[in-house]
Ligand binder design. Sequence first.
Ligand code: RB5
Length: 146
Amino acid sequence: MSEQIYVGADHAGFQLKRKLVDELQRLGYEPVDVGPKALDPADDFPDYAKPVAEAVSLGVARRGVLTCGTGLGMAYVANRFARVRAAVAWSPEIAELARKHNDANVLVLPSRFVSEEEGMEILHRWLETGFEGGRHARRVAKIDHD
Ligand code: RB5
């Protein structure tokens, strides 16, 4: 069975989300698109960050992908959920380090600051990089306080 990856965006990330969903499908994953289904310039990022973060927090899915204009709002919301480590990544190198050192289980893309091509490269790097463990495991274990 293919891995489900939850995906969400707001209006600023709407176009990039389409590409992300298509790319995840092409790579053999099962993207679960929490919306929006249509472009609504008045929508609010927390409405889409929450279902993605909740799925990861509860272990319904191992990973999620979010995108909004800066990536910041999505990250603020997602990181309030226990066991969620959401990383804003604007380059493949940041995505790689977020996986190796922080075991980031939610990737957040700043749609207004990366091209679609860059977004795909960042997605690929995040998907294919493993957690290094070791000293980083000790640090990650100290993040959650409950
Ligand atoms: C929407 O205009 C923008 O504020 C949002 O996409 C995001 O950047 C918030 O953090």
